[in-house]
Ligand binder design. Structure first.
Ligand code: ASC
Length: 150
């Protein structure tokens, strides 16, 4: 638990230290970074989703813990769609860079909904969690549908 807290605070300070456009030595580093970020985001979003959808019993403490992690990791991937990282081991579509205003809007939408989900998950109320998850999930899908290869 101490290690988890230390890791979260490390990730938190890294996230705050990152400039709007994080620097990466190589495009493949940015690709790896955002994939790792999405993996973590999906894990913690998914754990909240499982409770929201009744697949696992609601556990207020677990919900709050997942929300704390999601608050940090949910921001990470979006710092790593840097110029030149459209080629390589990635499902990112060229539209991310060609229609960057549209991509930013979709990303902002997702981040706003994730922030609301984080807040809802910390209220200790399952109905709040259900409602916020129901609003947030389509903002994941919207981005995948337009900006991610199958
Ligand atoms: C998840 C997850 C996604 C989204 C998406 C919502 O739990 O990993 O990518 O929800 O399936 O439509």
């Amino acid at each position: 638990m101490k290690k988890t807290v230390a890791l979260i605070s490390l990730l938190g300070s890294l996230a705050c230290a990152l400039p709007a456009h994080a620097q990466f030595a190589k495009p493949e580093d940015a690709i790896k970074y955002r994939k790792a970020g999405f993996t973590l985001m999906a894990a913690h979003f998914g754990r909240l989703g499982a409770m929201a959808q009744g697949k696992v019993p609601f556990d207020a403490k677990a919900a709050a813990e997942n929300a704390d992690v999601l608050a940090v990791v949910g921001k990470l991937p979006y710092t790593a769609f840097v110029e030149g990282s459209d080629k390589g081991e990635t499902r990112a579509k060229p539209e991310i860079w060609k229609e960057s205003a549209k991509f930013k809007e979709a990303a902002d939408n997702n981040q706003a909904e994730v922030a609301k989900l984080v807040a809802a998950a910390k209220t200790g109320n399952l109905d709040n969690l259900k409602a916020a998850f129901g609003s947030a999930a389509p903002t994941c899908k919207a981005c995948h549908d337009h900006f991610r290869k199958d």
